[in-house]
Design a protein around this ligand. Structure first.
Ligand SMILES: Nc1ncnc2c1ncn2[C@@H]1O[C@H](COP(=O)(O)OP(=O)(O)OP(=O)(O)O)[C@@H](O)[C@H]1O
Ligand SMILES: [Mg+2]
Length: 336
């Protein structure tokens, strides 16, 4: 499989009155052609920051302090604004976590939809309008001509998400960065939209970075999964491997807190404690205060590297879970 995008040692901080927030601390991953990589992790672990940084769309107080994002032999973090703009919106597009605030409140939906189509394809207005309508229809929005006349405050959260999705997908991008793209959409329609996204991966070889809280969505959608905690990826594997052998105590904790179809009577064990504050983050593993497996080394040494445990399965932990040769006892988690 061909590599489409490579994120290397990405570091991002936000400046605040209280000090620097180290939101992303050396993140590495690649997106492969025709493949979906899911980024999962608790609220505040840095998922959206990774997405915004690689698109060059961090808010004014956010700053990339290291690393690179390689796409077609160029580093997106270092190319000119003009070149980035030509790539963004066509080759790499994004669906934002809060679509309603990502839409321009004083421009009609239609005008916002046709703008990138005209810029990137040189289409005439009427033609761009038809392409945009078709895009909305593909995302299951009823009566596209009427939606196009509305302003963002006149559509629901679920509709805004579908509008963003169609805006991001109409030009058949090589990479889609989708941050919780179906969180406000009804479950029935969500399944249909996720199936469409999977279809696009096959249809034109799109690669997707899919950010989600929902492990059901991960099981259904992912080829690869990267688990983030406290601004770092702590585990990365293909979806089968990660669901059957979660080596990092945090990933293990996520699964213990989820219901299981094959063991409905099992007591769920919520993950104790709260996520780390990223303000003045220590150099040690940020999961230590909540970790049942922590040993003195974890408190004394700096955060462990993400190292391969088996081919394609990397874990950043000094004392990972002991799962036995086949990951026994983990059970069926409904992975595709
Ligand atoms: N504009 C900002 N200014 C200061 N701190 C910020 C800003 N945006 C995010 N942060 C902080 O950076 C850290 C990472 O935030 P981020 O939004 O990337 O997390 P996330 O994993 O996407 O969370 P969620 O699942 O809730 O969307 C958090 O501690 C957050 O409070
Ligand atoms: Mg987020």
């Amino acid at each position: 499989m061909a590599e489409v995008l490579r994120v290397e040692d990405l570091k991002v901080r936000y400046r605040t009155r209280g000090g620097d927030i180290r939101a992303v601390n050396g993140v590495n991953f690649t997106l492969q052609e025709r493949s979906i990589t899911c980024l999962v992790g608790e609220s505040g672990s840095g998922k959206s920051t990774v997405a915004l940084a690689l698109m060059g769309l961090l808010p004014h107080n956010g700053e990339v302090t290291g690393g690179s994002v390689l796409f077609q032999e160029q580093d997106l973090l270092r190319i000119s604004f003009g070149r980035l703009r030509r790539i963004r919106g066509k080759d790499i597009t994004m669906v934002f976590q809060e679509p309603q605030s990502a839409l321009n409140p004083i421009q009609s939906i239609g005008d916002q939809l046709i703008e990138p189509i005209r810029t990137h394809t040189g289409s005439k207005k009427e033609q761009a309008w038809r392409i945009a309508e078709e895009g909305l229809r593909e995302m299951g929005l009823p009566d596209p001509p009427q939606i196009m006349r509305r302003y963002p405050f006149q559509v629901s959260g679920g509709q805004a998400q579908r509008i963003m999705l169609s805006m991001a997908l109409t030009l058949r991008p090589k990479v889609l960065v989708a941050d919780e793209p179906t969180s406000s959409i009804d479950v029935t329609l969500q399944a249909e939209i996720l199936a469409r996204l999977k279809g696009y991966v096959q249809e034109w070889g799109c690669s997707i970075l899919l950010i989600t809280h929902d492990m059901g969505v991960v099981a259904h959608m992912a080829d690869e999964v990267a688990v983030m905690y406290g601004g770092s990826i702590v585990e990365h594997a293909n979806v089968q491997e990660l669901f059957h052998r979660p080596y990092h105590p945090y990933t293990w904790g996520i699964f213990q807190a989820l219901p299981r179809m094959d063991d409905a009577d099992r007591m769920l064990q919520p993950l104790q404690g709260s996520p780390p504050t990223l303000l003045n983050l220590p150099d040690q593993c940020p999961f230590v205060p909540r970790c049942s497996k922590a040993v003195s080394r974890c408190r004394e040494e700096t955060m462990p590297q993400l190292d391969l445990v088996t081919a394609g399965h990397a874990v950043a932990c000094y004392n990972m879970m002991d799962l036995g040769p086949k990951g026994e006892g983990i059970g069926d988690r409904g992975v595709n």
